[in-house]
Design a protein around this ligand. Structure first.
Ligand code: XCC
Length: 632
C-alpha cells in the first residue's frame, strides 16, 4: 500500500494524476467504494488464473494445473490450456472490433442515402481508397461511398479460406510472404472468429502451437478490418484527423453548463450530440433550465475520436476528461449530468458512483447494457439526429436535479491531437523525409507506440508515463493510441513544451517542427493508424517493418481487444512490450513461443517486463540493434 502523493494518507489509490488522487480522497470520505478499493478487496488474486492454467470450459472443470496434477481431467496440458484461453481472449477482442466496423459501414451507407446528420467529410480519402480496392473512383461520391462500404462488408463476411483483399492491397509484401509461410494469411473476421471459437471448444483443437497461430491469424484479420478499415471509414465519414488543440483532465469541467460525457469507442452518437448541442433550440433549452449552455466532454477512446477532429468550441466539445480509470471519479465531482455509454469499457462500478449523485447513465449502443441502467437510446443511423436531441433533453432534465455538493479539481493540461500519416505529411510539406532524415541522423533514435489501456494492477498510468518519459529522454519519439493517449494528455506530455523532457536530438526536432515529443494518434482503434504509419515508413525505406527501429509497448494492457492488438503487433514484426504479465506463464512452451521463438518466425516477439525503466531500456537496446543492422 502506498501513500497518496496528494494527501499523504496511506491508501490504495495509485493514480499518477493529482486530480484522481483528490477525487479518490473525496469518494473515500463519503464512504463510496471505487475501483482502487475493489482492487484491494480482490487481493490476493488467484495464481492459477494469473498464469493461465485454469480451464473452465467443460463440466469436468475447473481443472487447475499443478505439479501434482500436470494435466486436466481430459488430458489437456498447461500448454493447451494457456494457448486455448489466449485464443478465446483474442476472439472476444476481434468480435468487439467487428461490431464497431459494422456500425460504421451501416452509417456510411445511410449517410450516402442522405438519411443521417453526417456527411462524407473526406471525399479525397474516399476516392483514394476506392481506387485502391478497384472501384471506379470517378463515380458520384455517395454512390462510391455505398460501393466502398459494400466492399468492406464483403471483406468482413469472407470465408476463412478466402484471403482478405485488404491484406494483399495494404500489407507490406515482405510481411505477406512471412504470413504465408506460417499459414496465417487471414480471411474475413467473422469467419476467423467462428474458426477460433470452434477450435477452442473442449477437445477440438488441443495443439498449443496451432492455437497460437490461430490467435495470430485472427488478429491479422482484426488488424486489417477492425482497425485499418474502421479508421479509414471513420475518416471518410467524420474527417481525417488534423492537428487540433484542446485540453484534458478533470479541471476542464464547467459547473455552469449542462454536462454530457461521450464515453466509449464508437464516436457516432457523440458526433450527432455535438452537432445537436450547437443548435439554438438545444442551447435555449439548456438556458431555460438555468444553465449557461451545453458542454460535451470526451472520455476514453470516444473522447480521443472527438478530440482529434475538433478544437474546443464554446457550447460544444470541451476537451478530454481522461481514460477509463477516471470514469467513477468524474462522476464523483457531482457535476456530470449524463454519460452516454457506447461500446466498450463502461464499468459496472460506474453505476454505483452515478447512484450517489444525480448522474444519468444511458447506453447508446444495442450491445451495451448495465445492471440497473434503464435508459437505452440504441444507435440507429437513420434516427440519430432525433436520438441526439432526446439525449440532450434527458441531460437537461437531469441537470435540474444536480445537487450542491460539487467539487471539481483544478488540474488541466493543454494537449495537441490529430496526428496521422496524412496530418504529419501535411505538416512536413507532403513528404516523410524530414522525419526519416532525423531518424537516419540519429536525432530521433527510433519510434515507439505506447498504446492500449491503463490498469489498477500496475498503477493508473504510472507505468505508461514512466516508460514514455524514459523513451523520450533517450531520443525515442513516442506515439500514443487508446487510454495511453489520455495518460500523456493529462500529464502534459502532448504539448510542445514537453520537449524539454526529451533528449537533445528529439528536443531539437520537436522545436523545429513545433510538435510534442509524444504524438497523439487517437483511440485504441487508431492503433491501425500506427500500423499505417509503420507501413509507410517501411515502404519509404524499402525494408520490412521488422527491420525498423520501431517497437510497441502496451504497458498497462487490460482487456481482450488489447490481446488482439498485441498479436497484431507481433505478427507485424514488431517487438511488443506487454504489462502486466499476461496469463501465459503457466506454460513454458507458450511463453517461449511468444517471447523468443516468435522472433525467428515473424520478426516480432513479446517482451514481458514489469519494471518500466528496465522495459524502456530493453526497447532502446532493440532499437539500437535495428539501427546497427540498417547501418544508421
Ligand atoms: Fe478501454 Fe479504449 Fe483499453 Fe482504454 S484503451 S481501457 S479498451 S478505453 Ni483501447
Amino acid at each position: 500500500m502506498s501513500n497518496c502523493h496528494t494527501c499523504d494518507a496511506a491508501n490504495v489509490c495509485n493514480s499518477a494524476h493529482e486530480s484522481i488522487n483528490q477525487m479518490y480522497q473525496r469518494t473515500t470520505d463519503m464512504g463510496l467504494s471505487t475501483i482502487f478499493d475493489r482492487h484491494q478487496d480482490q487481493q490476493p488474486q488467484c495464481g492459477f488464473g494469473m498464469t493461465g492454467v485454469c480451464c473452465q470450459l467443460c463440466s469436468h472443470g475447473p481443472c487447475r494445473i499443478t505439479p501434482k496434477a500436470p494435466r486436466g481431467i481430459c488430458g489437456a496440458t498447461a500448454d493447451t490450456i494457456v494457448a486455448r484461453n489466449l485464443v478465446r481472449l483474442a476472439s472476444h477482442g476481434a468480435a468487439a472490433y467487428s461490431h464497431h466496423l459494422e456500425e460504421i459501414i451501416k452509417t456510411i451507407k445511410a449517410t450516402a442515402e442522405g438519411k443521417t446528420p453526417y456527411t462524407i467529410a473526406d471525399e479525397n480519402k474516399l476516392r483514394e481508397i476506392a481506387g485502391v480496392v478497384g472501384l471506379d473512383n470517378t463515380k458520384e461520391k455517395n454512390q462510391l461511398a455505398i460501393e466502398l462500404a459494400d466492399v468492406l462488408l464483403h471483406e468482413m463476411r469472407k470465408g476463412s479460406d478466402e484471403m482478405l483483399a485488404l491484406v494483399s492491397l495494404f500489407a507490406p509484401k515482405t510481411r505477406i510472404e512471412t504470413w504465408e509461410k506460417l499459414g496465417i494469411v487471414p480471411g474475413g473476421i467473422l469467419s476467423e472468429v467462428r474458426d477460433a471459437m470452434t477450435k477452442s471448444m473442449t477437445s477440438i483443437n488441443t495443439d498449443p502451437v496451432d492455437l497460437v497461430l490461430t490467435s495470430l491469424r485472427l488478429s491479422l484479420s482484426t488488424g486489417y478490418l477492425g482497425l485499418v478499415a474502421t479508421i479509414t471509414l471513420q475518416d471518410i465519414l467524420l474527417g481525417t484527423p488534423q492537428i487540433t488543440k484542446s485540453e484534458a483532465d478533470l479541471g476542464i469541467i464547467d459547473t455552469s453548463t449542462v454536462n454530457i460525457v461521450a464515453h466509449g469507442h464508437v464516436p457516432l452518437v457523440a458526433t450527432a450530440v455535438l452537432q445537436a448541442a450547437q443548435t439554438e433550440e438545444m442551447q435555449q433549452l439548456a438556458k431555460a433550465a438555468g444553465a449557461t449552455g451545453i458542454n460535451v466532454y470526451g472520455s476514453m477512446c470516444t473522447g480521443q475520436e472527438l478530440m482529434q477532429r475538433q478544437e474546443i468550441t464554446s457550447g460544444g466539445f470541451n476537451g478530454q476528461l481522461g481514460n477509463w480509470l477516471m470514469q467513477e471519479y468524474y462522476v464523483a465531482t457531482g457535476a456530470m449530468d449524463l454519460v452516454m455509454m457506447d461500446m466498450n469499457c463502461s464499468t459496472p462500478g460506474l453505476k454505483t458512483a452515478a447512484d450517489r449523485f444525480h448522474t444519468k447513465l444511458v447506453s447508446v449502443d444495442r450491445v451495451v447494457r448495465m445492471e440497473g441502467v434503464i435508459d437505452h437510446v440504441d444507435y440507429v443511423p437513420e434516427k440519430v439526429a432525433e436520438q441526439a436531441k432526446d439525449l440532450i433533453k434527458m441531460a437537461v432534465e437531469t441537470y435540474k436535479k444536480r445537487g450542491t455538493d460539487v467539487v471539481v479539481p483544478t488540474q488541466k493540461s493543454a494537449a495537441i491531437s490529430g496526428f496521422s500519416v496524412e496530418s504529419i505529411l501535411g505538416a512536413l510539406g507532403g513528404t516523410l523525409d524530414p522525419l526519416l532524415d532525423a531518424v537516419k541522423a540519429g536525432a530521433i533514435k527510433g519510434i515507439v507506440a505506447v498504446v492500449g489501456c491503463t490498469n489498477t494492477r500496475n498503477g493508473h498510468d504510472t507505468q505508461g508515463l514512466a516508460i514514455m518519459k524514459e523513451l523520450i529522454k533517450n531520443n525515442v519519439l513516442v506515439l500514443n493510441a487508446g487510454c495511453m493517449s489520455s495518460a500523456a494528455q493529462v500529464d502534459g506530455l502532448m504539448t510542445p513544451e514537453a520537449a524539454e523532457l526529451a533528449g537533445e536530438g528529439l528536443q531539437g526536432v520537436c522545436k523545429t517542427l513545433g510538435i510534442p515529443p509524444v504524438l497523439n494518434f487517437g483511440s485504441c482503434v487508431d492503433i491501425g493508424r500506427v500500423g499505417v504509419a509503420v507501413t509507410a515508413i517501411a515502404n519509404a525505406l524499402g525494408v520490412d517493418p521488422s527491420q525498423l527501429p520501431v517497437a510497441v509497448s502496451a504497458p498497462e494492457y487490460l482487456e481482450q481487444k488489447a490481446v488482439a492488438d498485441g498479436f497484431f503487433a507481433v505478427a507485424f514484426g514488431l517487438l511488443t512490450h506487454i504489462g502486466p504479465i499476461p496469463p501465459v506463464t503457466g506454460s513454458e512452451m507458450v511463453t517461449k513461443l511468444l517471447t523468443q521463438d516468435a522472433e525467428q518466425l515473424l520478426g516480432g516477439r513479446v517482451l514481458v517486463q514489469e519494471d518500466p525503466t528496465q522495459a524502456a531500456q530493453e526497447i532502446i537496446a532493440h532499437i539500437e540493434t535495428k539501427r546497427g543492422n540498417l547501418g544508421i
